[in-house]
Design a protein around this ligand. Structure first.
Ligand code: SF4
Length: 194
């Protein structure tokens, strides 16, 4: 960034380099949405699809998200990938509590979101009983396309501030539901479709 020696005389042409202006709040939200690292946390078969999403074909690195952090203190997003057993629930909550604010939660698959076909005493019937869920990705398992749809929706919610408005209104997570996208579907995704 350069300094104009005589703005009145030279105008913007007096600057040595290009520059941009923006509100600090917008820059913070923009950078948060593009630097969110997921916690390394998989619970069941959905986690295989999550791993595929991070691998070469789908390449989460495109979204600044290739770094799955083993330490919750370095993670921003918890992707609950798979069914949550009653035994695992306190562990999941502990991992969530150890993550730094602001932090976000994606519920991946019907088992995490509602217990799915495991309607029994051993499985938590919805991870929103344990942590506040911001985005629900449907499917059994959700395809990598669906997970990326959920991730991009989350990014958009962070960037435009909608996620905080929804959290304030609900007193919990943003509670956004995205559509399932079949495998191999090349149709462009419309962000914000709920
Ligand atoms: S939603 Fe399907 S793929 Fe995912 S954990 Fe449940 S049974 Fe496995």
């Amino acid at each position: 960034m350069g300094l104009a020696q005589n703005v009145a005389k030279d105008g913007l042409g007096g600057l040595e380099h290009n520059f941009i202006t923006a509100r600090l709040e917008d820059i913070v939200k923009w950078s948060r949405s593009r630097s969110s690292w997921p916690a390394t946390f998989g619970l069941a078969c959905c986690a295989i699809e999550m791993m595929a999403t991070g691998a070469g074909h789908y390449d989460l690195a495109r979204f600044g998200m290739e770094v799955f952090r083993a330490s919750p203190r370095q993670a921003d997003i918890m992707i609950v990938a798979g069914r949550v057993s009653q035994k695992m629930a306190p562990v999941l909550r502990q991992v969530y509590d150890q993550m730094m604010e602001p932090k976000w939660v994606i519920s991946m698959g019907v088992c995490a979101s509602s217990g799915g076909m495991f309607n029994n005493y051993a499985i938590v019937q919805g991870v929103d009983q344990i942590v506040p869920v911001d985005v629900y990705a449907p499917g059994c398992p959700p395809t990598p396309e669906t997970l990326i749809h959920a991730i991009e929706t989350l990014h958009q919610l962070i960037e435009d501030g909608e996620i905080m408005r929804r959290r304030k209104a609900s007193g919990a997570g943003a509670d956004v539901h995205v559509q399932e996208i079949p495998a191999g579907n090349s149709t462009p995704v419309i962000l914000g479709v709920r």
